[in-house]
Design a protein around this ligand. Structure first.
Ligand code: 2OP
Length: 237
């Protein structure tokens, strides 16, 4: 854990805010299911759909033509199927989309959230997913009691990493000082966005990538974790 902030800053934290996809929830089951429908293509499908899903979200945020994350996810599934020359069958699109509602949490998540539950700190989620997507995936993963507040950016009509999306989260959580929120993400673009916005930020780097993007060093996270259970150690100082 690389510490760039002071203990005093940590003691002021009111809430920990987690990103959802790729941070709490493991997207690999989408690839596994895709592999059952389209043998041998699951990983490529997930790769194309995930990058298109982000691109569509960001494009629509920049040009100001919002569409919700359910529609964007289905659009990106269709794109990925076409890209790989696979038939675009509505049932398959729906089935792949529905995987986003019943993802498994990463293996460290339940313990980490349980640990945080015993500290008096609020635990919340801020996602680009719709409220309905979030409510379903959180409930399915059995995390409803551990994540007190689950917020979708949809009320802001902008997606992360636009500052308005993070601001919407803080407004909904009634946190008036950005520095009192510790934001945790496994996605480097989200780390950069949250850091630029002004929160304290932790990057969960489970795959132990050697570097945070060198080109984005001005937005480097305050903390880096290999596993979410390390957050508790940080807060117990
Ligand atoms: C999120 O859950 C898409 O990972 C992103 O907001």
């Amino acid at each position: 854990v690389e510490a760039m902030s002071t203990e005093a800053e940590l003691q002021k934290i009111e809430a920990i805010i987690f990103d959802a996809y790729g941070t709490l929830f493991d997207l690999n089951s989408v690839a596994e299911d895709a592999d059952k429908i389209y043998p041998g293509k699951g990983r490529d499908l997930l790769h194309h759909l995930r990058s298109k899903q982000l691109e569509y979200a960001w494009l629509r945020t920049i040009i100001g033509k919002y569409k919700d994350f359910e529609s964007i996810t289905k659009d990106s599934i269709r794109f990925a199927l076409k890209k790989l020359d696979l038939p675009v069958i509505d049932d398959a699109v729906d089935r792949l989309y529905s995987r986003f509602l019943d993802l498994n949490p990463h293996s460290d998540v339940e313990n980490a959230l349980n640990d945080l539950d015993s500290l008096s700190i609020r635990v919340s989620i801020l996602s680009n997913g719709t409220q309905e997507m979030m409510d379903k995936v959180v409930e399915h993963a059995g995390l409803s009691l551990l994540a007190e507040e689950v917020v979708s950016v949809e009320g802001s009509h902008r997606f992360k990493p636009h500052p308005a999306a993070y601001q919407h989260g803080l407004d909904r959580l009634e946190i008036y000082d950005r520095k009192r929120a510790l934001y945790i993400s496994g996605n480097t673009w989200d780390v950069a966005g949250a850091k630029s916005f002004g929160m304290l930020v932790g990057w969960v780097n489970r795959t132990r990538q050697p570097f945070f993007d060198q080109e984005l060093l001005e937005f480097r996270p305050d903390y880096e974790f290999e596993d979410l259970r390390q957050i508790k150690q940080l807060l117990r100082v």
